[in-house]
Design a protein around this ligand. Structure first.
Ligand code: FAD
Ligand code: AMP
Length: 475
């Protein structure tokens, strides 16, 4: 006998759990089912982001950057330390405890909101019935008023380089290495590849990044990408562009990676290979053949702009649908769907979604790049302010990089903001808010920014848009 419920959410990642909480806040009865299993076989809430993505990667990026600064920067501040040693076991323990704390926190949020969490597999049947198979083997069926599919994504595997999870690993494995590899190959110079490459480089690994495309960080503004490439090179990341990986063989504890570049076939002998060539939507055994929900040719659940699947009151959000695979994008979709279910107004502005790469320097942007504006034939003005001219950045010993603002030539509306430098991921929030409110460069020019702060870079870049910067030479 099916149990009646207002909403079933399948997946408790950053798209699913906010949908469940908001639906409960809206007075609906909610079940959220999640199939995630940790290495020890125990279920956990939070999905990829909390268990194997955003959170553990940021924990390691923070720890390793501290080590790097202690080794290379403290002396410049006049701080003399004795010998600095890495205790990787402690660093990894800290990472694991942050993850445990955050995933446990979702359980508390669910309890407080009245969401029923079930650890197990959810499958959408016909007529909004959902079959749930618990990790303990128990079976339940729900007759749901609404179903939200939030099943997320998994790492893309290269057929020529299948994961053995020992030497050829995915991003989750790479967050849990118990020893620093001597020589590491990262396949793919995307966001995840660069973050993981930075972590292990800072801990002493020799890191070679192989990227199939000829252009570095093709998704980013190319002025930003050029500066990023320069900084990563200085850090010793060996990034090889136009290098397409074709296979690998393991022998005697080493992996020999084959790739082709413009000079022909190459090989590279390393201790470990992290394959970071992107992620693909995960929908395994999610949909019964008569569920009516359609999957597109790339594996995404088909949805419209409101995240409706086409089957009445069945919605899909997060990495399993089109759009950037980002936690905050999924969260906004999840919340918007839960509000629509309750008959409230909701809207996701897909044009204003910030992107952040948590390397050092950090890289962040929102809106359009210079290349995108050129190819769309949109006339724009550009203002750039270097962190080298920022007193705060100098005080922080972090003067590399710049803030760049692109504004429409005719209306002065801000069209894109691109930052490489200290705390770029935090600074981009102001730019995102400005763009959400359709601010002009003049609006930022007239907004008082505290001195001395990194955010003054946004103020000065806005002034530079009209060649009126005070603290740097207008070009
Ligand atoms: P997921 O987080 O993948 O969650 C889906 C959940 O659904 C999983 O727990 C899965 O087990 C469960 N599930 C799937 N099928 C079923 C089923 N049939 N029944 C029950 N449960 C099911 N994004 C950022 O915005 N910022 C970052 O800094 C960032 N860093 C990242 C670093 C790494 C190393 C990785 C791998 C990713 C990172 N991401 C980051 C991407 C981010 O993790 C994803 O965009 C985000 O997790 C997507 O959320 P989601 O809820 O759609 O899917
Ligand atoms: P992202 O999608 O941001 O995670 O980035 C993945 C990166 O991996 C992209 O820049 C791809 O061009 C790159 N990539 C995909 N396949 C290969 C391959 N076989 N060899 C090297 N790089 C690849």
């Amino acid at each position: 006998m099916a149990e009646n419920i207002d909403v079933v959410v399948i997946g408790a990642g950053p798209a699913g759990y906010p949908a469940a909480i908001r639906a409960a806040q809206n007075g609906l009865s909610v079940v959220c089912v999640d199939s995630w299993k940790n290495r020890d076989g125990a279920g956990a809430l939070g999905g990829t982001c909390l268990n194997a993505g955003c959170i553990p990667s940021k924990a390691l990026l923070e720890s390793t950057e501290l080590l790097h600064r202690a080794q290379g920067e403290f002396a410049a501040h006049g701080i003399k330390l004795g010998s600095i040693a890495l205790d990787l076991a402690v660093m990894q323990k800290r990472r694991a405890s942050i993850v445990r704390n955050m995933t446990g926190g979702i359980g508390s949020l669910f309890k407080a909101a009245g969401v029923t969490a079930i650890f197990g597999h959810g499958k959408l049947l016909a007529d909004r019935h959902v079959q749930v198979t618990g990790h303990d083997g128990s079976r339940r069926e729900f007759a749901a008023g609404n179903v939200v599919l939030a099943s997320g994504s998994i790492p893309t595997e290269l057929p020529a380089l299948p994961f053995d999870h020992e030497r050829i690993v995915d991003s989750w494995d790479a967050l849990e290495f118990t020893a620093v590899p001597g020589k590491l190959c990262v396949v793919g110079a995307g966001v995840i590849g660069l973050e993981l490459g930075s972590v292990w480089r800072r801990l002493g690994a020799e890191v070679v990044v192989l990227e199939a495309l000829d252009r570095f960080l093709a998704i980013a503004d190319q002025q930003l990408a050029t500066e990023a490439a320069r900084q990563f090179k200085k850090q010793g990341l060996d990034i090889r562009l136009g290098a397409r990986v074709t296979g690998a063989t393991s022998a005697d504890g080493k992996v020999s990676v084959s790739y082709t570049d413009k000079s022909g076939a190459q090989t590279l002998s390393v201790d470990k290979v992290i394959v970071a060539v992107g992620r693909r939507p995960y929908t395994a055994d999610l949909l019964a053949p008569d569920s009516g929900v359609r999957i597109d040719e790339r594996g995404f659940i088909q949805v419209d702009a409101q995240c409706r699947t086409g089957v009445e009151r069945v919605w899909a959000v997060g990495d399993c649908v089109r759009g950037p695979m980002l936690a905050h994008k999924g969260k906004e979709e999840g919340v918007a769907v839960a509000d629509q279910i309750a008959g409230r107004y909701a809207h996701v502005n897909y044009d204003v979604i910030p992107s952040v790469i948590y390397t050092a320097p950090e890289i962040a942007w929102v809106g359009r790049t210079e290349e995108q504006l050129k190819s769309a034939g949109i006339a724009y003005k550009s203002g750039v302010f270097p962190f080298a001219a920022s007193g705060r950045a100098r005080a922080m010993e972090a003067a590399a990089g710049f803030t760049k603002i692109l504004a429409a030539s005719d209306t002065d509306t801000i069209l894109g903001v691109h930052i490489i430098g200290p705390m770029a991921g935090e600074l981009i929030a102001e730019a995102t808010l400005a763009m959400e409110f359709q601010a002009s460069a003049e609006d930022l020019q007239r907004t008082i920014h505290a001195h001395p702060t990194l955010a003054e870079g946004l103020h000065e870049a806005a002034l530079a848009v009209d060649k009126r910067a005070i603290d740097s030479i207008n070009r």
